[in-house]
Unconditional design. Structure first.
Length: 679
């Protein structure tokens, strides 16, 4: 089969791959787990493991997940846990999680609260297929890879608003500054959904829902202190009065940090502690002025200051600090124009400003300032065709601008005399799109069809599509398959930066196939997905600028599971993948072949105990090998009374030394204690 103007040629059919997978599963039937390797071959082959030293770790993780295939015996109180969460990100429609065809998981408010995670990075790092790379601790520069996709190939939404920094090195939104105190839930959609959300959703979508007002007025306060001089304070109020809903949440985070730089790798870097300060808030206010007609505003703000290590550039006495500020404000009008037609118009603005400054003995060595601004008008519609079929569609128009000013100075050296340079530029472009979707089911069959057309400034235009199909084999088992195409335009920095930009960059295009099975009963939800994704004209950093490479490919197997077993809440995941540069045959940088996690929690009277284990396999960062690592965390909660909860957590329980980016150590063991009050 040939697609995308002949650029992709399938050498393995889905049927032949399915046959090999079936053969493998039949060979391993009755074992404690699935015997899978890490995809040594360029073609999708899955030979049986010989229980070598390199294979036992993923096998243990797979065994833990596969145990959830066996339906547990539920206690009577487990019936309270049987309702499937409602998700919207998979199709732009509200639907039970178990009915979403794209692989979707939810991090609920309860899970966020129980984890005690200090930031969104920590929450996401425990999810299937997600790798987080960070140049140090809290507040430091971060990148996210999901299913091996590039950092720029993921879309971050805050309450439905895309958040992109057009001045960054192809990375996603500044997730490292979003604090959990503001979050109601997070929905993660894995895989190519560009036909639903447009340019930037090849690898998937992460949507963060901030707190909303509903029910009786409530107030919450929280305080936390812990290792490395860390403190967190939070406060919020929310509720509903008549037809008016309101919510306000504020949080302050501060840490003295630690010296992340590894001086054996970067001996010329300053080994000083790198701290982080962050003040942020979210607010939501809406009023239903007539039955079915609601007008409202939502806003998110953060203001962060941090120190960081400058990639080993030296001199050893150099001090680097930065700032990050963001506001995302949206006005919306939701109108039920008829019993079958819901229309929503949203006008939003997102502005991200950053600064980086390097100083040595009072001399400014570098001073860069960045501003990314996007204004977006969206019109979305839901039209009910029948009780089982819904048509969606809409239009959007955006204007984005990137403004960058930079100053650099250098001392006299063997290369020449001392000097300095400065530059500045401010490119902009307009983006337009049209999209439509059809979702529905008939008997055991379910379907999702999405089409989209994007026109992105000077970067071209394209039409993309998503076709998903589900078949209920039994009331508990469902077969799911999908095929999708994608379009990703280079951002303004990649195109126009005077030092590193390349105005000749082409837009990326991708093709993705998936198939798998879902098992759902009571509180148990297990999803296994086999995926294959190919990208043409992938945009990469080549050491001196940006360029397109011919092709990239990733294929793999992903499992995620959640259940309630023997009084324990269980969440587990395993991803086996092989992201490759098809031109060189080498694995894409900073991506592991094997990722896994297992989290357990249990309530005992007024106490609740929890913990999680994460595993990431070997990665390459440039020419360096990044060793695999295990990471364990634990937490405990004690309900003092109906309004007060005491909690504590220990991060990096076994004090493991590890890096996600070459030269930058991750935090050592940390102990944190806190108190929450809810009224």
């Amino acid at each position: 089969m040939e697609v995308l103007d002949g650029e992709f040629r399938e050498t393995d059919s889905v049927n032949s791959f399915s046959s090999r997978l079936s053969l493998l599963l039949s060979r391993t039937r009755g074992d404690a787990g699935l015997a899978l390797t890490c995809f040594e071959d360029e073609i999708m082959t899955y030979p049986v493991i010989n229980f070598c030293a390199a294979a036992w770790k993923p096998l243990v993780l797979a065994s833990a997940i596969s145990a959830l295939f066996v339906p547990p015996v539920y206690a009577a109180d487990d019936e309270l846990k049987t309702l499937s969460p409602v998700v919207v990100t998979a199709s732009r429609l509200e639907q039970p999680q178990t009915e979403a065809l794209p692989h979707t998981t939810v991090i609920s408010s309860e899970q966020i609260r129980e984890s005690g995670a200090s930031d969104v990075i920590s929450l996401l790092n425990r999810q299937a297929g997600i790798e987080i790379l960070q140049s140090g601790g809290s507040g430091m520069q971060s990148s996210l890879f999901m299913r091996g996709a590039e950092a720029s190939q993921h879309l971050i939404l805050i309450d439905g608003i895309p958040v992109r920094d057009a001045t960054m090195l192809g990375m996603a939104a500044p997730l490292q500054h979003i604090l959990p105190e503001h979050i109601e839930r997070i929905e993660i959609v894995r895989g190519n959904v560009s036909a639903i959300y447009g340019s930037g959703a090849i690898g998937g979508v992460i949507q963060i829902f901030t707190k909303r007002g509903t029910g009786s007025p409530s107030v919450n306060l929280s305080a936390e202190a812990g290792s490395r001089g860390t403190t967190r304070l939070g406060a919020g109020v929310s509720g509903q009065s008549g037809n008016t809903r309101y919510a306000l949440s504020m949080a302050r985070f501060k840490t003295d940090g630690f010296s992340a730089v590894d001086t054996s790798q970067f001996p010329s870097e300053n080994p000083d502690d790198d701290g982080d300060k962050n003040l942020s808030l979210t607010t939501a206010l809406s009023h239903e002025w007539q039955k079915g007609h609601e007008l409202g505003v939502r806003a998110y703000f953060h203001d962060a200051e941090f120190d960081y290590d400058n990639f080993g550039d030296g001199p050893v006495t150099r001090i680097d600090d930065g700032t990050s500020r963001q506001h995302t404000v949206a006005l919306f009008s939701k109108n039920r124009l008829s019993a079958k037609w819901l229309s929503t118009v949203t006008l939003s603005e997102t502005e991200i400003t950053r600064s980086d400054k390097g100083v040595d003995a009072g001399t400014v060595l570098s001073d860069s300032n960045y501003k990314s601004r996007a204004r977006l008008l969206q019109w979305e519609n839901e039209l009910s065709l029948s009780p089982d079929w819904v048509l969606t569609g809409g239009l959007s128009a955006a204007k984005e601008r990137a403004t960058i000013t930079s100053y650099f100075s250098w001392p006299e050296s063997a290369w020449g005399p001392a000097g300095s340079s400065s530059s500045g530029y401010s490119p902009s472009r307009s983006n337009r799109s049209m999209f439509a979707g059809l979702n529905g089911k008939s008997d055991a069959h379910s379907m999702q069809l999405n089409v989209r057309y994007d026109d992105v400034g000077d970067s071209g235009s394209d039409a993309t599509g998503y076709l998903g199909y589900g078949y209920a084999l039994t009331p508990k088992w469902k077969f799911i398959a999908s095929a999708s195409t994608a379009f990703l335009a280079p951002n303004l920095y990649q195109l126009y930066d005077p030092s590193f930009g390349n105005p000749e960059l082409k837009a990326e295009r991708a093709l993705t196939h998936e198939f798998g099975f879902q098992y759902a009963t009571g509180p148990t939800l297990l999803r296994t997905t086999v995926f294959s994704s190919r990208t043409r004209d992938l945009i990469i950093w080549n050491g001196s600028g940006y360029s397109n490479i011919g092709k990239a490919r990733n294929h793999g197997l992903e499992l995620s599971a959640s259940s309630h077993v023997a009084g324990f809440d269980v969440h587990a995941s395993l991803t086996l993948q092989n992201p490759k540069n098809k031109v060189t045959g080498e694995r894409l940088l900073r991506r592991a072949k094997t990722l896994g996690s297992l989290a357990l929690s249990k309530g005992v009277g007024d106490w609740r105990f929890g913990g999680d284990v994460q595993y990431a396999g070997l990665r390459k960062d440039g020419a360096a090998d990044m060793p695999s690592y295990w990471l364990a965390n634990m937490n405990v909660h004690y309900v003092l009374d109906k309004t007060v909860t005491l909690y504590g957590r220990m991060e990096n329980l076994f004090d493991r030394d590890y890096q996600t980016v070459y030269g930058y150590n991750q935090p050592s063991r940390g102990i944190f204690v806190g108190i929450r009050w809810n009224q």
